[in-house]
Ligand binder design. Structure first.
Ligand code: A2P
Length: 273
């Protein structure tokens, strides 16, 4: 096995869950010294010999992955897409428990509390694997210290792709400490676009952006539209989705923030490859 490069952790895969033929979850051990802020991402890769054994070049390909577990957890979670010809994800999708995944030591990102000014309502808008950073944020007690209400708004192509979000909400409800902290502050709104929604589970039809434009989303949540006094937004999805959601935030009078200059909404691309 190649020696682990400087600035990289070699992590052992502890758990795997394949949600659909396009989506999977994996969990690794967490090195004691590894610190990050909930919502940040890291670079993930596989040792060169693993890439070579899968038919590629003996070279690590690095991709950005949001950390899907909160900062206090003893393990590190990731939620990934499988791109059939994706140089990393096609190989990563074949990992097994006990295998080694490489992770660069330095986390970064803008979907963090530090990049938002205080507010009352936090909207977490995501499509597909864009829910990963919010899997971290919604399990971080700081989120509920800072906000009165937290809305996870998730759109996927199919019902089955929404399962991870449902699992997270259930996990929180069953968690002895978190369930107390979260109470009724967390609201999960899910929709799918390419098949009939599973209405029995409360899944809606169509893109979140359409439900925001029409006002149907706010009506259902029993709140007014986005406004700069009370609402803060984090957005994670495809480039198109980011653009559309950014426009909706700006139309509502919200100003984009960053780590250097906190604002009323923040954006990060859902990484693929
Ligand atoms: P749609 O099926 O109408 O394209 P993907 O798997 O391609 O990343 O898409 C994930 C989900 O994001 C799909 O449900 C897709 O809807 C939706 N989506 C794609 N573009 C946008 C956008 N600009 N605004 C909101 N949702 C979007």
């Amino acid at each position: 096995m190649t020696e682990t490069p400087e600035g990289v952790y070699a992590l052992t895969v502890a758990e795997l869950r394949h949600y659909t033929d396009r989506l999977f979850f994996f969990r690794t051990e967490r090195p004691d010294a590894f610190r990050f802020r909930s919502g940040e991402f890291v670079m993930i890769g596989l040792p060169p010999e693993v890439m070579e054994a899968a038919g590629g070049k003996a070279k690590t390909i690095w991709r950005a992955y949001s950390i899907a577990s909160p900062a206090w957890e003893e393990h590190v979670d990731f939620y990934s897409i499988k791109v059939p010809d994706g140089p990393l994800t096609s190989v990563l999708a074949g990992i097994a428990t006990g295998d080694t995944v490489w992770m660069r030591k330095k986390p970064t990102g803008t979907l963090v509390h530090d990049a938002l000014v205080p507010g009352k309502r936090l909207f977490l808008l995501c499509t597909g694997t864009g829910i990963a950073p919010f899997a971290s944020i919604i399990r971080d007690p700081e989120t509920y210290e800072k906000f009165e209400k937290v809305y996870v708004i998730h759109t996927c192509r199919e019902n089955a792709e929404l399962q991870y979000g449902f699992d997270l909400v259930e996990e929180i409800a069953n968690h002895e400490i978190l369930s107390e902290i979260v109470g009724d502050k967390l609201v999960h709104w899910a929709s799918c676009t390419r098949e009939a929604p599973d209405t029995a589970r409360g899944v809606h039809a169509g893109r979140m952006t359409d439900a925001m434009r029409s006002g149907a989303l706010y009506e259902e949540l029993g709140i007014g539209p986005l406004n700069p006094e009370t609402c803060r937004v984090m957005i994670c999805g495809s480039m198109d989705m980011l653009q559309d959601c950014k426009q909706l935030c700006e139309a509502g009078g919200l100003v984009e923030g960053s780590n250097a200059q906190p604002g009323q909404f923040v954006i990060e691309r859902a990484f693929v490859g």
